[in-house]
Design a protein around this ligand. Structure first.
Ligand SMILES: [Zn+2]
Length: 318
């Protein structure tokens, strides 16, 4: 049984590298935190939920006094079957959380001293999977929707991204094939509250069919009008931050295949920009890691596929 994440666990999460090194100096320190995050401090048997367990294998596994079942610290989580100590994972989580701009696979490989890029790649994508979907509350009550073409600096091919932004709040981003009514509807239904007030530009994809009963304002503006009072300014800010982020961290060289994974990471960071920074982000990633079911290499690869967003957020079209 996974317990609710104790609310104060993130509060004392280290915020600087020095604090981090002191707090998580040994693998035992990391295991204690993990046990707190996963079981609220009291580990239980994965088979019979008994809490009469003792540690074996240097603290990485619990054996149940009632049924004899052995539960590893990481079994049933995103870190299942990891061969590396938790201390290394905590270091990677700290790195990915402290860098406002995220981290590339090559950087992670260098920092962690991994022999292969493949290992760094799989770690990064597990951590990204943990970042995704930690906030499923639909956007509202005032939401702007717009779209952008991103990627492919200098190249001919750009990818279409739908952007929804709350007034002064959270954002959601979806890599899509096109912006027809069906796509706009799936985006709205998956991300935006059914009673939210929606503002868009004049794009024909947004109408009663795609937005349903949501109050909708389609604002057609000239460039000059937009400069004075941009109706979808939240989206435009988001898009410019996103483009800068993609260029800064990844030199804009994002394959279409991986774009959604980067959009998810961007949204995760953006939506937490006002929270208590590093400690909170890192703690949330750990919270998700303990609650997320295991993923195979195949699933990690599929998870990065083109326009994956709609596959995992499938909404039955009306
Ligand atoms: Zn048991």
């Amino acid at each position: 049984m996974t317990r609710a994440f104790p609310d104060d666990l993130w509060r004392d999460f280290p915020k600087t590298a020095t604090e981090f090194e002191a707090r998580f100096a040994t693998d035992e320190d990391c295991r204690a935190y993990w046990i707190q995050a996963r079981w609220g401090g009291e580990p239980s048997c994965a088979h019979c939920t008994s809490t009469r367990v003792w540690t074996i294998r240097e603290g990485t596994t619990f054996e149940c006094a009632d049924c004899g079942h052995q539960t590893s610290l990481t079994s049933g989580t995103l870190l299942e079957k990891t061969h590396k100590p938790l201390k290394m994972w905590f270091r990677a989580i700290f790195e990915i959380s402290t860098r406002r701009t995220g981290i590339s696979g090559k950087d992670l490989q260098r920092i962690m001293g991994f022999g292969s890029y493949k290992t760094a790649w799989s770690w990064l994508h597990k951590l990204r999977a943990a970042m995704v979907g930690s906030d499923s509350e639909p956007l509202g009550p005032f939401v702007q929707i717009d779209e952008a073409l991103v990627g492919g600096r200098g190249g001919p091919h750009k990818e279409l991204v739908l952007v929804a932004a709350e007034a002064g709040g959270r954002v959601r981003l979806a890599h899509v094939e096109n912006n027809d009514k069906g796509t706009c509807k799936r985006f709205a239904d998956g991300q935006i509250g059914t009673e939210a007030h929606v503002v868009t530009d004049g794009h024909a994809g947004y109408d009663k069919k795609s937005l349903g009963k949501r109050p909708h304002e389609a604002v057609v503006q000239t460039k000059a009008e937009r400069r004075k009072d941009d109706a979808v300014q939240g989206c435009h800010w988001t898009i410019s931050l996103l483009k800068r982020w993609l260029l800064g961290t990844h030199a804009g060289a994002i394959g279409a295949k991986y774009l959604q994974a980067y959009l998810d990471e961007f949204a995760f960071r953006h939506n937490r920009r006002k929270t208590n920074g590093v400690g909170r982000i890192a703690a949330r990633v750990i919270e998700k890691l303990v609650a997320h079911p295991p993923m195979t290499m195949r699933q990690l690869i599929d998870n990065t596929r083109r326009c994956r967003w709609f596959a995992s957020h499938q909404v039955t079209p009306a």
